[in-house]
Ligand binder design. Structure first.
Ligand SMILES: O=P(O)(O)OP(=O)(O)OP(=O)(O)OC[C@H]1O[C@@H](n2cnc3c(O)ncnc32)[C@H](O)[C@@H]1O
Ligand SMILES: [Mg+2]
Length: 448
């Protein structure tokens, strides 16, 4: 029986929180029970002198512990003026471990430095550091891929580390906390890869010895722990590493967080036998900032950013309302016409207000839709669609989304919000753009 009630092969509660710091390219706060470590990965566009000009990159790590990470205060190493042997040994181990799963040539002439700072120590700080450092490193590399600086991921496979040991009771256990660690007869740190290979085994009999049979048990229990830790890392790094099913042929990923658009695309693609996934399925993926000045720029930005992130084919829609009496406004600013909060009600209220004195005959407008499709290694495809109409003074209908209740389709004498979903999907700007996409698809798909 372990003092905290865990089973012999049970990890402490492991949590990995990502993007916890503002400045580093990759950051995580990892906890193994009460052991908590910040891991921050920094990208630098240079390599140490011994690698300069060789076209290869470098990954290294630094480790440190806050004075009160432990039961009694430890003087800062910076105040002492030198690193202890323990610190040197641990930071070399972290760097070595990370390099074992990175193809340094693919990384190119740049360095990634991972700082592991223990804020609370309760046993296993080096193993928590390695497991967290791998995630921070992956996040930093993701940034390089997103920005187009790297096209291929230099990470070969996942890496994690865990402690195992033999208690004075002779029990072989996984993931020792401080109480167990300080009494253990055998203490071992394992660093392993996703494919089950070892990077490092540090095993010591503490005033005792251990048998080959015990060693085997220790390795087995450790292997299970590593598999669990890697699964946890994959969850945190998902969807990039887990891939979900977006790569399947029958699924199309649409880079939109707009529920109204998502619903329309689902209906339109269902008829083509394709299931739709949108960013609503991936709430952790941050919204792509629409910094473009045109529909095309923004559609490409959304499609290409998300395609790089997921490494699969992605469709994006940038659309909006263009009102003639407002010189084409709100145009690309349609979603945020009344402010950052993107409220349909506020946008419609602003539009009604802006057009207060404009007679109906001068309230002509059009909905515009630009679609961009991006796929890895291909030049993106862009198509457009439009539908003409008029802006009413008073909203009508409850269907659709956005400006639909104010947008009259004169030939039907109904607003877009008075049409059923399937009626709107026959005539809308989005439907027109999808027709154009259909026409261009085969040639684009075969080519480039
Ligand atoms: O960028 P994504 O995540 O796709 O979602 P978004 O709502 O921000 O979308 P856009 O940047 O393309 O802005 C388009 C805005 O134009 C309006 N709009 C586009 N299509 C529309 C439609 O079919 N009916 C009504 N309003 C529409 C609506 O206000 C949208 O929020
Ligand atoms: Mg948008």
């Amino acid at each position: 029986m372990r003092h905290d009630g865990r089973d012999y092969n049970e990890l402490r509660k492991v949590t990995i929180e990502k993007d916890v710091l503002k400045h580093p390219e990759g950051s995580v706060l990892i906890s193994f029970g009460d052991t908590k470590v910040f891991c921050a990965a920094t990208l630098e566009d240079r390599v140490p002198p011994f690698l300069r000009g060789l076209g290869t990159g470098w990954v290294t790590a630094e480790y440190s512990m806050l004075p009160r990470a432990t039961n009694t205060r430890n003087r800062r190493e910076s105040a002492k003026g030198k690193l202890t042997g323990r610190t040197m040994e641990i930071q070399r181990l972290i760097g070595r471990s990370l390099r074992s799963v990175v193809d340094l040539e693919k990384l190119g002439e740049r360095s990634i430095i991972v700082d592991c700072d223990v804020i609370q120590a309760d046993g296993g700080t080096r193993t928590a550091s390695i497991t967290g450092a791998f995630v921070a490193l992956s996040l930093a590399i993701e940034k390089l891929i997103e920005s187009g600086e790297l096209t291929e991921n230099p990470i070969k496979e996942h890496l994690a580390a865990v402690s195992v040991g033999v208690l004075p009771t002779k029990e072989v256990v996984l993931d020792l906390d401080y109480v167990e660690d300080s009494a253990a007869a055998v203490d071992m740190n394992l660093v392993m890869t996703e494919s089950g290979e070892f990077v490092e085994i540090q095993g010591t009999g503490e005033e005792s010895t251990f048998t080959a049979a015990e060693l085997n048990q220790l390795l087995q229990v450790g292997d299970l722990g590593i598999k669990e830790l890697i699964a946890r890392q994959q969850e945190v790094l998902a969807p990039q590493s887990a891939g979900v099913e977006v790569g399947e042929d029958s699924v199309i990923l649409i880079a939109t967080g707009n529920k109204g658009k998502a619903k329309e695309f689902e209906a339109i693609f269902k008829e083509k036998g394709l299931a739709v996934k949108t960013l609503l399925d991936f709430p952790d993926v941050p919204e792509v900032e629409e910094t473009g000045k045109t529909f095309t720029e923004n559609a490409l930005l959304k499609a290409e950013t998300i395609s790089k992130k997921f490494n699969c084919l992605v469709l994006a829609d940038d659309s909006g309302l263009m009102v003639d009496a407002l010189n084409g406004q709100p145009g690309v600013y349609s979603a945020r016409y009344a402010g950052k909060l993107k409220s349909d009600a506020a946008n419609n209220a602003k539009l009604m207000h802006e057009l207060t004195d404009i007679p109906q005959s001068e309230r002509t407008a059009k909905f515009h839709c630009t679609l961009a499709v991006a796929a890895p290694g291909k030049e993106s495809l862009v198509v457009e669609g439009e539908v003409k109409g008029e802006i009413l003074a008073i909203p009508r209908g409850d269907n659709g989304f956005g400006y639909d209740p104010l947008f009259l389709v004169p030939s039907l004498n109904k607003t877009m919000a008075e049409l059923s979903g399937s009626e709107k999907n026959k005539i809308s700007h989005r439907a027109q753009a999808i027709k154009a996409l259909d026409n261009a698809w085969d040639e684009w798909y075969k080519g480039v």
